[in-house]
Design a protein around this ligand. Structure first.
Ligand code: BMP
Length: 235
């Protein structure tokens, strides 16, 4: 489903009318855009199913929809399974979990339920904000990656604004002979560069404000794409 790399995943953390406007402007950019990320703000306000339907219709059903509940996969395994079913039933194609603090049984429930309901599990290994691990043990991120790899997860979120960490995760998976795809937020206002993220191993950059707050989101998408394409060619 996420094959056309490198690419951009706009993060639509805006009102529904604004999300429609952005998607209308970029929907023919099929090389540049690889999916649309919708999140808790849209889902809580308008209902997940309605948002998924509107984004699919607006984009002429061209892009997979990733749901980022900001952040799911943190509850008991039984609840996590039920959450995955609700998300899959709403028409979502891929679901992001951040199991930091939730444990292995929750991660297992998340992955199993995603596979059962035929949606793609995406797992956050490390977050972009600086003290994301204040309450975690030092090697929590590696443990999450290792556990998820053993469960067959191939898609991960790692920070664009910490390229050395991103590279570490990509290499960690490669050493275990696992090909993974990395979705990378933290570009623009959070300090990361799309090109340095791709150079470090990101396959897709997740970009929110830098696109939806741009005067011309379409031009911004093309500009970001030109940057990451150059890096990918050079790698
Ligand atoms: P922005 O490009 O405006 O900073 O938005 C980043 C998006 O990526 C937000 O939806 C945020 O929830 C998400 N995100 C993040 O910023 N850091 C992470 O570690 C994981 C995320 O999913």
């Amino acid at each position: 489903m996420f094959e056309n790399l490198p690419g951009i995943i706009p993060s639509l953390d805006v009102e529904i009318g604004e999300a429609r406007r952005v998607v209308e402007e970029i929907k023919d950019l099929r090389r540049e855009i690889c999916g649309l990320k919708i999140g808790s703000l849209l889902a809580w306000k308008y209902g997940l199913q309605r948002v998924v339907e509107e984004m699919k219709k607006t984009s002429d059903f061209k892009f997979p929809i990733i749901f980022d509940a900001q952040k799911a996969g943190t509850d008991i395994p039984e609840m996590t399974r039920k959450q995955v079913k609700v998300v899959a039933d709403a028409g979502v194609d891929a679901f992001i979990a951040a199991p930091q603090g939730a444990g292995s049984a929750t991660l297992a429930a998340f992955v199993d339920a995603c596979l059962e309901h035929e949606i793609i599990p995406i797992v956050v290994v490390e977050m972009t904000h600086q003290d994301f691990d204040a309450f975690l043990s030092g090697d929590a991120s590696e443990k999450i990656l290792e556990d998820a790899l053993e469960r067959g997860v191939e898609d991960f979120v790692a920070p664009a604004n910490k390229p050395e960490r991103l590279k570490f995760y990509k290499n960690f998976a490669e050493e275990k002979k696992k090909g993974i795809k990395i979705f990378s937020p933290g570009v623009g206002p959070q300090g990361g560069g799309p090109d340095s993220a791709v150079a470090a191993g990101a396959d897709f950059v997740i970009v929110g404000r830098a696109i939806y707050e741009a005067e011309n989101p379409r031009r911004e998408v093309i500009r970001i794409y030109e940057k990451i394409k150059k890096v990918k060619k050079a790698v």
